[in-house]
Design a protein around this ligand. Structure first.
Ligand code: GLC
Length: 754
């Protein structure tokens, strides 16, 4: 997203704050005292200003307001009346707007600056779905840490990440932004990302506040269509959707939550008191603040839930949405609603208190300019260390899906035909939601091969897309031009092996980028078939923001690698995996369908009443396709092999101790993600046929074995009923361990009644 307008006005002196500029608060009590002291001084209008967040006048990450509204916005910001901004980029820009607040407003309350730092800031990391395929929580936390160091070095103090929406529908464009279909994996990754962004001291200049988003259930949009209706049962809400948010709060102290565009069972998330007041702030005791999504407050009128902007403001505030992003309804109506007794001022005070608390925690009152350090900026962006971290993250995000005849790794001296527009593409690997990741800045596969000294010939074969597309623009037209096929086929025929890189442009996934098909856009499939016919020793590398339907490739192509969009170091990471310099260890965070018609498809499904095949048609199945995915959740190969044995299950008073052995039975060192699944065979709410309840990534030398242990207790064996009550019920449990959700090594135990 590039800025197209600059703030007028120059940098100015940093004006010491009055009363609130006291020494940095040491603890919550001190902060709360300072917050209350400041709140007591505030007029209603000043409180309303703190509830308002505007986007920069240049960048938009949602429907842009009209010119008149933009002009009004600029005046309000210049007057220091606005408490939060998003999409403001650059030290000078941020300083200028901060100056407005600390110079032009009465109480000089500093502005908090937010931005979508989703997978890196200036150093681009793999898209979050790719990082999730690493199952490497330390690396994922390190990735978020680097992003925080870079974003804070350019003056930002808040990221609208991690997106922790569980989703089972690859048609939805935002699957690229999350951690896939599983609640347990998604929860662990949510905690790791929040810890990476927030560090251990939020007032440190290299840490930023994180946002658990979108609250809640946005990932269940019907038909995978962006912003579409969400209707799910409360058991699914409590068991699948909410746990990552609860953990982000309870285990990582996430300081903000963003609500969502969608309705949940008929009530828009922004106006949903059940979600925001009863669960989030009530049951969970969340003490940070809730920010709306872009104009989601006003959009409650479109939903048919609010009569007009004023009604929307009333409903959102009553329901617990604290800060209004870009819909102006709070700015225009809250004071009037309070003065007319339709909104208790106590609710406004609670919202303002939450926002001020986070600003104090960030150290903004102690020094509103603490994040504005030109020397730190110059020393922090795109450093060799950050690029190295990005490359290591990318290597671990790659998933080897097939490798028949060990066509991979490439061997020295082999001649390679490297084919596909994406192989030379330096932009798509940066992905969508790219923050300040520069266009065309990724290392391409072509460059990676060149630097590695591989003997290869490159042919584009077919352009992936034509026309310029920007973050907000719609245009992605995939070419129908086949004129490059002949040269690609000739190159394939002449080479020992083919590496063909196909998939999606960066802007064919992400917000507003749902697809009705999951195939290769354009003429890529035809190119694949033509090249494969010319040389069957073909390796397919898939760059995409979502699972695609790879069934033809699985039936015909000997080696397949899922490479997502891998960030700045894409070409280096892919070259290292394809040559074996790094032995792939990734495991799928989402099921890959055999056919589009299976979607939404996920491993942790319920059994149904007719799960088993019988001679007639009366069982749960399709007449034209298997129920099974092409590649299941948790699946991924290595250049070596791993064997699982010795599963022992020892019942305990409240669960069981699990242990088993993993052996590297191959000839290469490698890493394996050993996974533990359970099944609760009978419960007061039907439970999934399998649920991930533990994983460990282990490194083993050839011939080496390692013992893996897990403990199953109430947290792992319990579940929520439809009323949100957590239950642990006695009865039989099956346990499965292995290298994917299709694990076959199994045992059982009985959980005894208390
Ligand atoms: C967008 C997204 C949200 C993002 C916000 C600000 O519409 O839904 O995830 O953080 O607006 O850019």
């Amino acid at each position: 997203m590039k800025k197209i307008a600059k703030w007028a006005g120059s940098a100015a002196c940093a004006v010491l704050l009055m009363a609130s500029g006291s020494a940095m608060a040491e603890d919550d009590a001190s902060i709360d005292q300072q917050v209350d002291a400041l709140l007591a001084q505030m007029t209603l209008d000043e409180k309303v200003g703190q509830l308002t967040q505007f986007s920069d006048i240049g960048d938009v990450t949602g429907p842009a307001p009209d010119d008149a509204l933009q002009a009004r916005k600029v005046e309000l910001i210049r007057s220091g009346a606005v408490g939060s901004m998003l999409n403001v980029i650059g030290l000078n820009e941020i300083r200028t707007i901060q100056d407005y607040a600390v110079e032009n407003s009465r109480l000089k309350i500093p502005v908090i600056f937010g931005y979508d730092v989703v997978h890196g800031y200036r150093t681009s990391f793999p898209i979050p779905l790719a990082e999730s395929a690493s199952w490497d929580l330390d690396m994922i936390e390190a990735s978020a840490r680097v992003a925080a160091v870079e974003a804070s070095a350019q003056g930002l103090n808040w990221t609208f990440a991690p997106m922790i929406d569980i989703t089972r529908d690859a048609r939805w464009g935002r699957v690229m932004e999350g951690a896939g279909e599983d609640t347990y994996l998604g929860t662990e990754i949510a905690v790791a990302r929040v810890r990476g962004f927030q560090g251990t001291d939020l007032s440190a200049p290299d840490t930023i506040a994180a946002t658990a988003k979108h609250f809640a259930a946005y990932g269940f949009a019907e038909a995978g269509r962006e912003y579409n209706t969400v209707d799910i049962g409360t058991a699914t809400l409590f068991n699948v959707v909410l746990p990552p948010f609860k953990a982000a709060i309870e285990r990582a102290n996430v300081r903000t939550v963003m609500n969502a565009f969608n309705v949940l069972n008929g009530i828009p998330a922004t106006g949903n008191a059940f979600l925001q007041r009863d669960i989030l702030k009530g049951d969970w005791g969340f003490d940070g603040f809730v920010v709306s999504d872009w104009a989601s407050g006003l959009e409650m009128v479109n939903h048919g839930f609010a009569e007009d902007g004023r009604d929307a403001a009333r409903l959102a505030m009553l329901a617990g949405s604290d800060m209004d992003m870009e819909s102006y309804v709070y700015f225009d109506h809250i004071a009037d609603l309070v003065e007319n007794g339709e909104v208790p001022e106590a609710l406004v005070d609670d919202a303002v208190r939450r926002i001020l608390r986070v600003k104090f925690e960030l150290g903004l009152f102690e020094d509103p300019y603490r994040y504005l350090d030109a020397e730190r900026e110059a020393a922090s962006l795109l450093t060799p260390e950050h690029l190295d971290t990005s490359r290591r993250m990318a290597e671990r995000s790659i998933v080897l899906l097939k490798n028949e005849g060990d066509l991979l790794p490439l061997q020295p001296g082999e001649t390679i035909a490297l084919i596909g527009d994406l192989a030379a593409d330096k932009d798509s690997p940066i992905g969508n939601w790219r923050g300040m990741g520069e266009a065309n800045s990724a290392v391409s596969v072509v460059e990676g091969f060149e630097e590695a000294g591989l003997d290869f010939t490159y042919e584009q074969g077919a352009a992936l897309q034509i026309g310029e597309a920007g973050f907000a623009q719609q245009v992605i037209v995939n070419t129908e031009d086949r004129s490059g096929f002949e040269a690609a086929v000739a190159a394939a025929s002449a080479a020992n092996k083919v590496v063909i890189v196909l998939g999606e442009d960066a802007l064919q996934s992400g917000e507003g980028r749902s697809r009705t098909r999951l195939d290769f856009p354009g003429v890529q499939q035809e190119l694949l078939e033509a090249v494969h016919a010319a040389n069957p020793d073909t390796i397919l590398v898939v760059m995409s923001g979502r699972p695609l339907v790879l069934t033809w490739a699985d039936e015909n192509v000997p080696s397949i690698v899922q490479a997502w969009h891998l960030g700045s170091e894409s070409g280096h990471a892919l070259t290292n995996v394809l040559t074996g310099a790094y032995n792939p260890s990734g495991k799928l965070p989402m099921s890959f369908p055999r056919a589009l018609g299976q979607v939404p498809i996920y491993y942790n499904q319920l059994n149904t009443g007719r799960p088993n095949q019988i001679p007639d048609v009366f069982w749960s199945h399709y007449i034209d396709e298997s129920n099974a995915p092409l590649y299941p959740f948790g699946y991924g190969l290595s250049y070596t092999d791993f064997a699982y044995s010795g599963l022992t299950v020892t019942p305990t008073a409240d669960g069981a101790e699990i242990s088993f052995t993993v052996a590297n039975t191959g000839e290469l060192a490698g890493e394996e993600v050993a996974q533990l699944y359970i099944r609760d065979l009978a419960a007061s709410v039907a439970r999934p046929i399998r649920e991930l309840k533990g994983f460990k990534k282990i490194s083993l030398a050839p011939g080496e074995s390692g013992e893996v242990r897990f403990t199953l207790g109430p947290d792992e064996l319990g579940f929520y009923n439809g009323h949100g009550k957590f239950l642990v019920e006695p009865g039989r449990f099956d346990v499965f361990v292995g290298g994917s959700s299709a694990a076959e090594l199994t045992a059982s135990f009985d959980l005894q009644p208390e």
